[in-house]
Design a protein around this ligand. Structure first.
Ligand code: NJP
Length: 237
């Protein structure tokens, strides 16, 4: 209640549902994404819940924009209670030699570098909160190399390694950081990855969102742990 929570990739899918779930629990949502229509739709739904949001249309691969966002949050609230770092890019699933260097770099920029910029820009704000919490959305692809998934898998594995290191660095602080593996979820990204799959067999973002938002509750005592929805539990980072 009354917490300030930033969600990246809030314009659709898992991020949208997580933002809505956090708003339902009384948080003020800072909603980040490029698609203004999606953010506005989210804002309408949040208002219907009696909560409020601040919409931030930006491309998270713009590191300077992330720094400006951190400065603006500092100006207005002086702290950040929760971060759901969800925005991600699948990229083309194809043999590695066929991937264009520009696309390779773009996927790494969104899935890895942007999350580094978020950590860099928001670390102090999370420390200013009584119990700052951050969860980074990874993928089981990080743990299982499969043909054609090399670029996406590499980016999520890099994200995991980076966040595990960060979790160790802040272990003695009041901030807690986790990584979440959603498993297969009924979203646009999953449809692009598995076009032949029947989406009805998959959980919806709304079904997954409470598990993600639980990880930014102040009472969450686990630090530096992975929550793997497929294995339905925690393991150490
Ligand atoms: O993806 P999708 P999901 N700047 O494509 C945003 C992981 N995951 O909800 O900018 C700012 O529906 C984009 O916003 P927009 C996955 O890797 C999923 O399925 O408006 N935002 C949109 O809101 C990802 O990390 C599954 O286009 C940018 C959001 O990201 C997370 O879950 C399985 C952006 C993507 O929405 C959410 O995925 C798994 C940018 N440059 C992991 N680029 C699954 N769905 O099955 C993208 O293991 N976004």
């Amino acid at each position: 209640q009354g917490k300030v929570v930033l969600v990246t990739g809030a314009s659709r899918g898992i991020g949208y549902a997580s933002a809505l779930e956090a708003a339902r629990r009384g948080a003020h949502i800072i909603a980040v994404g490029r698609t203004v229509g999606g953010l506005e739709e989210l804002d309408d739904e949040i208002q219907e819940l009696g909560s409020a949001s601040t919409l931030v249309p930006l491309d998270i691969s713009d590191g300077d924009a992330i720094d400006r966002l951190g400065a603006a949050i500092f100006e207005r609230w002086g702290l950040l209670d929760g971060l759901i770092a969800n925005a991600g890019l699948l990229g083309t699933l194809s043999p590695l030699p066929h991937i264009k260097p520009q696309e390779f770099e773009n996927v790494l920029r969104v899935n890895v570098t942007a999350n580094f910029r978020l950590v860099r820009s928001l670390d102090l704000l999370l420390r200013q909160a009584d119990a700052g919490r951050a969860v980074f959305i990874s993928s089981s692809a990080a743990k299982s190399a499969r043909p054609y998934w090399g670029l996406y898998a590499a980016s999520k594995a890099a994200l995991d390694a980076m966040i595990k290191s960060y979790a160790g660095e802040i272990a003695q602080s009041s901030v807690k950081v986790n990584v979440f593996y959603p498993g297969a979820v009924r979203t646009a990204m999953r449809k692009k990855a598995m076009p032949g799959e029947n989406p009805e067999t998959l959980p919806t973002p709304a079904e997954i969102a409470p598990k993600i938002v639980d990880l930014i509750k102040p009472s969450t005592s686990e630090n530096g742990r992975l929550f793997d929805i497929q294995n339905n539990g925690f393991s150490d980072l």
